[in-house]
Design a protein around this ligand. Sequence first.
Ligand code: TMP
Length: 254
Amino acid sequence: MNRRRRVYEGKAKILYEGPEPGTLVQHFKDDATAYNNRKQDTIEGKGVLNNRISEYLMMRLGEVGVPTHFVRRLNMREQLVREVEIIPVEVVVRNVAAGTISKRLGLEEDSLLPRPIVEYCLKNDDLGDPIVTEEHITAFGWAGPHDLDDMVALALRVNDFLSGLFLGVGLKLVDFKLEFGRLWEDDEMRIVVADEISPDSCRLWDIKTNERLDKDRFRRDLGSVEEAYQEVARRLGVLPETLPAEHQRPKLVQ
Ligand code: TMP
């Protein structure tokens, strides 16, 4: 029986009180939602794969000096993270037109953007996470100008690093969403990357075929959702041992 105190339950994750003060346990579920909860399903194995993929990416980011909330993976579905004060603004970075920017600005999917474009969305399910501007964010006090500067600088560094990392395994990082939190240490506050980085929060296309290997397979009913997440994990060399052996070898990309 699970006796831990549940701090928060979202669409794809649960946060429990951690073993020490200032920590939380982040539990990855198999549940998937899209279009502001209008589409819901379970993708078997997704939580296990996202836990591994996010662990790997957060650790690699940590190695290059990007601060994150990640501490360590605990088991197949859970990781220990630092407790942060989540900033209610999602930061989206786009390299290639897809999804809502294509619709909003009439851009053909797969057209390269003139430079990485940063957008902000308010974290508010009731309103469908509306796009907002820097003006809204600072005027309503969701984040101060300095916080926002840090968030954008970190988001662009994450974009540079992850674009290269994914390119190395034959994947194009089309776009992704980051969440940030305030981490207090003594009297100092730092902005750190929080939540997760996984095929739920990134668009990842095969570099040669443009095959979608991310949540768009679920959003658009393209099928083989779990297989796509497995393929991302396999290319990164982090496919869990419990999955069939034929999926486990790292794949060299020509
Ligand atoms: P969009 O094209 O739907 O605006 O999404 C851009 C990217 O950000 C895409 O990789 C999905 C991700 N994203 C989330 O993961 N959660 C969100 O709430 C939003 C708005 C975007």
